[in-house]
Ligand binder design. Structure first.
Ligand SMILES: [Zn+2]
Length: 308
């Protein structure tokens, strides 16, 4: 949206298409059709939720703000182990209703269970299903995931791929997902530089997240070298197909790299940010990159985030 709100405004619609927007008397002068008076309210374009996990709508309030990001990862994994497929389908359906009640008309939803997408109820809004992928425990083939979800042809919206985060998805998985996305013209999304513990893990090779992931058998050979952002930039996977969620932990060197990096989109998640009490989000700095550099970023505000 741009421009100032229009007081006493009207919208002219013909055959389901908006053909004029402006002051009531001006729009009415050239559009003599039937009038519906909506009364005193704000009429605006639908909101876009650029990042959410409707799978976890049912978990609201079940995990109190944790001491650390790693503690939260452990807790949500425990909560998830008690849920069945039917619970996730119900949860997503409840998420549809709630998102619509906020005025959200498009949702980018990271779906942890790609096989369930075909069983979900018909979304009442534009729905982009991003199949979330992790290979920290088992290898995963993005082309197979694509084959699994390609039959899902939402009436509105579409499908995409989501390597979860660099600490749960290998660089090889990121590269494979990017190649599949290029081949089939799909959007991609991921979590990046979300927590201080993620920064500690990749830059310093230490910290609670590092220790936790090492304990479950993750290869830590990519740690102690670079920031999370630079890990993905060095791998050459990010481009304009990507919506990158978070970017809460960025160093001054990261900002320098962003000045000449390929263009991609950034989704800030304010509720998740507040829940984890992260440091202040660098919205202005990221916006400045977007407005002053041809290779800049687009900061996409979100309406709501069910989980991070
Ligand atoms: Zn998320």
């Amino acid at each position: 949206m741009c421009g100032r709100p229009i007081d006493n405004a009207a919208v002219a619609i013909c055959g389901g298409t908006i053909i004029a927007v402006g002051k009531w008397n001006e729009v009415r002068a050239s559009n003599p059709g039937e009038v519906t008076d909506l009364g005193e309210l704000v009429l605006m374009p639908g909101l876009i939720n650029a990042h959410c996990h409707l799978d976890y709508t049912c978990m609201r309030g079940s995990i109190q703000p944790p001491q650390s990001f790693t503690a939260w990862v452990r807790e949500i994994n425990e909560e998830k182990s008690a849920l069945r497929s039917e619970d996730y389908i119900t949860s997503v359906a409840e998420g549809f209703v709630e998102a619509l009640s906020f005025g959200t008309t498009t949702v980018c939803n990271l779906e942890a269970f790609a096989a369930l997408i075909g069983q979900m109820p018909l979304p009442p809004m534009r729905m982009w299903w991003f199949a979330e992928m992790l290979d920290v425990r088992h290898a995963i083939e993005p082309e197979e995931i694509y084959s699994q979800i390609k039959a899902v042809s939402p009436i509105r919206g579409g499908i995409g791929l989501a390597p979860h985060a660099p600490f749960t998805a290998s660089i090889e998985l990121y590269r494979a997902a990017a190649a599949v996305a290029q081949r089939h013209r799909l959007p991609l999304t991921t979590h990046l530089a979300e927590s201080r513990e993620e920064m500690q893990m990749f830059r310093d090779g230490e910290g609670a997240l590092f220790e936790f992931l090492r304990s479950i058998g993750r290869s830590m050979s990519d740690c102690g070298q670079s920031t999370p952002l630079q890990l993905l930039l060095n791998a050459g996977v990010l481009d304009e197909r990507w919506i990158v969620a978070h970017l809460n932990e960025l160093t001054s060197e990261d900002f320098l790299r962003l000045e000449s990096s390929p263009r991609f989109h950034v989704a800030h998640c304010p509720r998740s940010h507040a829940y984890f009490a992260h440091e202040r989000f660098s919205l202005r700095q990221l916006r400045r990159l977007g407005s002053t550099s041809a290779s800049g970023l687009t900061a996409s505000p979100v309406t709501r985030t069910s989980a991070c």
